[in-house]
Ligand binder design. Structure first.
Ligand code: SF4
Ligand code: SF4
Length: 226
């Protein structure tokens, strides 16, 4: 469904009519029928939000921008528009507001209606196209290759351990060479998790016996306490 000027503005400032229902409801046909989002979440989950606004004060991005579109309620609304086809996955505003979400899910714990915000966000983000060429390559390399091939994962782990344990990391950071390369490489390198153990990953034993120091202390029975 093409997006008209009304659709373009309602997620910034939804009216009571917009909040009460969506295009197609009155026809008896679900506006979300056939949406790929419903391969990941259910329609019931998509429609759980009652727009009460109790989550707003818990959302850091809403506090920072003051925009409804950057609030949990506004994002749920945009996700519904995405599912109904009133917003297209490549809509720049939609991408901006969903990308800005921290995924902290503070809204989820605050929500009295039990809106599964995290699941909605993940389902919606899975529909969005890569934002740039770098993200496109990264997605293909990780989701399309690395995570699909255990051998590649092991090789990547070995590379990470060699980089961190051999002293190469210290050299790279000392030289600041990443700062002169494009693509925020220095910031990304700083986010790499610390590899555990040595360069060679020790094979796990078939059975690991519990150590006495780690053994659970027996819980005293009520009779013993009395
Ligand atoms: S997400 Fe929950 S708390 Fe926020 S507006 Fe919807 S129902 Fe209310
Ligand atoms: S996950 Fe965090 S940042 Fe995103 S809408 Fe919820 S509270 Fe706001």
């Amino acid at each position: 469904m093409p997006m008209d000027s009304h659709s373009k503005t309602i997620y910034e400032n939804p009216t009571a009519r917009d909040l009460a229902g969506f295009v197609g409801d009155e026809t008896g046909v679900s506006p979300y029928a056939g949406s790929p989002i419903l391969n990941i979440i259910t329609e019931k989950q998509l429609k759980t939000c009652v727009h009460c606004g109790l989550c707003l004060s818990y959302c850091p991005t809403y506090k920072a921008t003051g925009l409804e579109a950057d609030s949990p309620r506004g994002r749920v609304f945009q996700i519904r528009l995405l599912a109904s086809g009133e917003l297209q996955p490549d809509d720049s505003d939609l991408n901006k507001h969903l990308s800005l979400c921290l995924g902290c899910r503070a809204c989820e714990t605050a929500c009295p209606s039990g809106v599964p915000y995290g699941a909605l966000l993940e389902a919606a983000r899975a529909q969005l196209p890569p934002q740039n060429e770098q993200e496109k390559i990264l997605r293909k390399a990780t989701l399309g290759f690395l995570f699909m091939h255990p051998t590649a994962m092991q090789a990547a782990g070995l590379g990470l351990r060699i980089y961190q344990k051999s002293g190469l990391r210290k050299l790279v950071r000392f030289s600041h060479i990443l700062n002169i390369l494009p693509g925020d490489l220095a910031a990304k390198e700083a986010m790499l998790p610390d590899a555990q153990g040595g360069i060679v990953k020790p094979a796990l034993p078939k059975v690991t016996q519990p150590k006495p120091a780690n053994a659970r202390r027996p819980v005293p029975s009520i009779a013993q306490e009395n």
